[in-house]
Ligand binder design. Sequence first.
Ligand code: 3PG
Length: 306
Amino acid sequence: MKVLVATEKPFAAVAVDGIRTVVEEAGYELELLEKYTSKADLLAAVADADALIVRSDKVDAEVIAAAKQLKVVVRAGAGYDNVDLAAATAAGVCVENTPGQNSNAVAELVFGMAVMAARNMYDGTSGSELKDKKIGIHAFGQVGRNVARIAKGFGMEVSAFDPFCPDEAMEQAGVAPEHDIAALYAGNKIVSIHIPATPQTKGSIGYDLITSMPKGGILVNTARKEVIDEEGLKKALAERSDLRYVADVKPDNADELVEAFGGRVFFTPKKMGAQTSEANINAGIAAARQVVAYLKDGIDKYRVNK
Ligand code: 3PG
């Protein structure tokens, strides 16, 4: 059996070593396709793969169709908006993610970017501190919980909006539940976004929510660029010269935003939230173990295309 690791943005070498050990100890063969630049390379590599481990790599219907022996795809990470679930299900392919494995890495980056924005992108002028400021967490999943934990270390006041999370889970973490999304944006100087990109959430954060933020508001997006209504964001930044937007990763209108609002916006050139050796080891090895558990015993605990 062949397990293909296809990562346009490679894991740290130490994570690849760990993945190799898990795969080879199970008696399978590991093939690596790293830093590939064309879809043709991916299509060729999946042709005889029984299992596929990816990151944000696009696994669309064409990739699934080319992978005639494919049984399982594990997205080493949280968001699986890069995988065509319908095509996988139709082909009888199990799709899984590795929830929580890279969430601390993403949460730490939230504060890297929040501090940078609060210090005026380190431009030499006097900025502000996070201590005693209010942070609103938009979705209280694995990353949101880590953001809350770190925010408390900064001495921040923390609230969260998540209709899918019981109040008690937030309260146990010392976080005030917020039941109104408008109030989350209007009531917090810093808002950190942690919703997945789904048809329901795409473009859902726009002009109204962004302009409702308090003076000096900082919007931090380490989720997906697609959840932002980019036209609404542009209009909000144009009207409110006090607002800042920092994101992991570039919006489609990044060049326009940087030109118009340079100093108030920052974008990572490549998605960096999960790009730590720790997160790579956690998510990569979890993915390899999940592949082995599925191929050997049909275990599909983290299946997302039920
Ligand atoms: C995730 O969904 O797990 C993160 O966005 C990380 O994505 P990446 O593996 O492409 O860095």
